[in-house]
Design a protein around this ligand. Structure first.
Ligand code: AMP
Length: 282
């Protein structure tokens, strides 16, 4: 595996493979790898000739009061893990490399960025869409891999690619969880033991919703009430939003008919976590 720090060097190296008729897979990440990231790399390895993983904590997707500075970073461990997954290029640019000028051009995706995380993190998806557009133009991958963990992000990127005719396929990979059900996240490392334990209520509430739907419950209001009730029992957990919505449009639904996304964000202590599940009411 080669570590590449500049756009120019990466372009030269990838052009060589592209001319050889090789397919290129890109896994965009902010590093501090866990099994969620590694599963995306594995999938890319299985489907593409050349695998590029980008490791970049993108400043423009963080709000002024968010955790950009504290975001966990461990370059040497990440390098080792990516290498073990058979990644060909680890692209780890500096801020100066990614944003040498004051950035004046941005990509904005309307409507599906208004609710859920978009309502609580102004500018977040503008930052995500913009850095993904830059990465897609730098790498020119045939496929790019995203996790269902960040369901709204995956949808936003997919829509940007469709609406702006980027020439690549977006692959969305299922959520990877810890053995006890907690959604894997680089931010889990912020949680002290008591909060780590209480954070499990998020998954429990989603499983409860799934169970209610399986047993025939269709009222979003009732399902939300029951979820709120069990989440409310944990002193360290403050729900930020709870959405029951159409998984494609992210519009809230009153009734859980067909395939529905149940997504939430919560503060556990001072750590913001997100989680979701797709349920089928048929
Ligand atoms: P991040 O480094 O957090 O920006 O994540 C990089 C990619 O990994 C994104 O596409 C995420 O959706 C994906 N990802 C993060 N956590 C998980 C997880 N627990 N399961 C599946 N994919 C994940």
């Amino acid at each position: 595996m080669e570590v590449v720090k500049t756009i120019a060097e990466l372009r030269v190296k990838l052009e060589y493979h592209r001319r050889d008729g090789k397919s290129i897979g890109l896994v965009p990440t902010m590093g501090y790898f866990h099994e969620g990231h590694l599963s995306l790399m594995r999938r890319a390895r299985g489907e593409c000739d050349v695998v590029v993983v980008s490791l970049y904590v993108n400043p423009i997707q963080f709000g002024p009061k968010e955790d950009f500075k504290e975001y966990p970073r461990d370059f040497n461990k990440d390098r080792k893990l990516a290498e073990e997954e058979g990644v060909d290029f680890l692209f780890a640019p500096s801020d100066q490399e990614m944003y040498p000028n004051q950035q004046l051009a941005f990509v904005e995706v309307a409507k599906i960025t208004e609710g859920l995380c978009g309502a609580h993190r102004p500018g977040h998806f503008k930052g995500v869409a913009t850095v993904c557009a830059k990465l897609f133009n730098i790498v020119e991958p045939n496929k790019a891999y995203f996790g269902q963990k960040d369901a709204q992000q995956a949808l936003v990127v997919k829509r940007m690619v469709e609406d702006l005719n980027f020439n690549l396929e977006i692959v969305i990979y299922p959520m990877v969880r810890e053995e006890d059900g907690l959604a894997m996240s680089s931010r889990n490392t912020y949680l002290p033991p008591k909060e780590r334990e209480q954070a499990l209520v998020l998954y429990r509430s989603l499983k409860l919703a799934e169970d209610l739907v399986r047993r025939g419950e269709r009222s979003s209001k009732l399902v939300k009430d029951k979820m709120r009730k069990i989440i409310g029992k944990e002193s360290e957990v403050q729900l930020e939003y709870l959405s029951i919505c159409n998984g494609k449009t992210l519009e809230e639904v009153d009734s859980l008919e067909g395939e529905t996304l149940i997504a939430l964000a919560a503060r556990v202590g001072s750590t913001r976590l997100i989680d979701n599940i797709v349920v089928k009411g048929e």
